[in-house]
Ligand binder design. Sequence first.
Ligand code: NAG
Ligand code: NAG
Ligand code: NAG
Ligand code: NAG
Length: 419
Amino acid sequence: MLLSSLLCACVASGALGASWIAPGAVWYDTDGNKIDAHGGGVVLRGDTYYWVGHASANQTPMMYSSTDLLNWKNLGKQASSVSGMWRPKIAKPNGSFWLFGQQDRYVLSLKSGEFIGGYGTSAKVHIPPDDYSYSDTGMFYDDATETWYLLTSADHNIVQINRINADGTLGDKLSDLRAGAYEAPGIVKADGVYFLIVSGKTGWRANPNKVFWSNSISGPWTGGSDIAPQDQNTYGSQNTFELTVKGSQKTTYIYMGDAWDSKGGASSNYVWVPMNINTGAKTIQLDYHAMWKVDVKTGAVSYPSTLKRYEANHSILSGRTVADEPNEVTFHNVTGTGSLQWLSLHYQVNNPESGEAYVIVNDEPAVNISSLNSRAGYHDSTPVQLKLRSGDVNTITFGFIGEDDHKIAVNALELFEED
Ligand SMILES: *[C@@H]1O[C@H](CO)[C@@H](O)[C@H](O)[C@H]1NC(C)=O
Ligand SMILES: *[C@@H]1O[C@H](CO)[C@@H](O)[C@H](O)[C@H]1NC(C)=O
Ligand SMILES: *[C@@H]1O[C@H](CO)[C@@H](O)[C@H](O)[C@H]1NC(C)=O
Ligand SMILES: *[C@@H]1O[C@H](CO)[C@@H](O)[C@H](O)[C@H]1NC(C)=O
C-alpha cells in the first residue's frame, strides 16, 4: 500500500517527462539515473510492472517498478550479498519468491519470503536430466497451466526448457532446441502457439535473432525465421525477455532486448519493440519505431506527434572539413521546455562505425550522440533526451568527426508534442 502510493506520486509528478519508449536511447529512472537492469525480465503483479535485471558494474540483481512501462522507480539491489549473477529473472512458483540467473556458468536460484528485496542464496541449480552447466537464463510463465519455466542455453548449443516446481526446485526437462549455436532464450505465447526467440552466439555484438515455434511447451520446436531484417541485427540488440500486455482493446506483445556496449558494460542500453505475431504463418516480426509506447490499460500502441521540425536543408557533412562544405549544421531558436525533453535528430551516415556524430546545446560541451542512443547512425531518426532552456531560445549544433570517406546527410531536428 505504502509502496503503491509512493509510486503514484512519482508518476503523477512526471518530473522527468519520460513518456516514450525509445529503443537504444539512454533511459532514466524516476530519480534521473540511468536504468541499470540488463539481461532482465518484467512481470506484472497487481497493476504494477516489476523489472529485474543485473547491474552492469557487478551483476547484482536490481529491481525497478512502473505502472506504465515508462516511468521506472529504482527499488534497489535485491540480493545484497550476490554478485556475478547474469540475466536474473523473476519466478514465483508458490509461497516464496525466486530469482534465477547465471553465475559461473551455473544457474543460481535465490529465494525470498517477500517480493521486493531479501533474496538470498538458495542453491546452485542442477539442471535435469544431465546436470550440464548452462547459462543465459530465460523465464516464461504459462498462465494456462500456471506454470513457470526456466529457459537455459549455452553448453553444447542446447537451449533447454525445464519446469520450475512449486517448491522452487527445478523440474523435468520439457523440451530442447538443438538447431545450432543459440543463446538468450525467451518465450511468448499467442493463440495457443509457443514462440521461442533466441539469439545467435556473437559475444556482445548483435546478430539476427530467430524465432522457433511449437504447439506445445514440450516441443518439438521448428522454424528458425528472422524476427527482423537480417542487416538490422535485431536493431542492434540481443533478446532477453518477451512481455505480454493484455489490454481492454488488444494484446500487445513486446520484445525486450539488450543493446550491449562492446563489453556488456555500463553504457549498454535497452531495445524494446512491439512484435507482430502471425500465428498462422508462425512468424514474428519486430515492429520497429524510434519512439512508441503502449497504453497498459487498453493495450494500444501509439507514436509521438511532431510539434516542430527544423529542416537542415539536406546538409551533407563529410569526414574531414572540406573547403566550401560545412562540418556542422546549426539549428536556431529551438523551443525548449526547461527540463529533459525528447527530440529526434534525423540523419543518415554511410558507415556508423567510421565516425562519431555529436550535438552541442547552446554553450555546453559537445556530446557524442552514441552516448545518448546506441542506435545513433543506424536509423534515420535518433531520439535523445536533452535539457534545453525554456522558450524559443536554444541553439543546437550537429556535427561529426570521422574518417575521410565518412559522409553524413543531416535532414532535420524534430520536437514532439508533450502528451
Ligand atoms: C502451493 O503450496 C501449497 C502448500 O505450501 C500447496 O498446498 C499448494 O498445492 C501449492 N499450489 C500449487 C499450485 O502448487
Ligand atoms: C534551411 O533553410 C531555411 C530557408 O532558407 C532557413 O531559414 C533555415 O535557417 C535553414 N536551416 C538550417 C539548419 O540551415
Ligand atoms: C530567433 O528569435 C529571435 C527573437 O527571440 C529573433 O529576433 C530572431 O530573428 C530569430 N532567429 C531566427 C533565425 O529565426
Ligand atoms: C566522442 O567521439 C570522438 C570520436 O570517436 C572521440 O574521440 C571522443 O573521445 C568521444 N568523446 C567522448 C566524451 O566520449
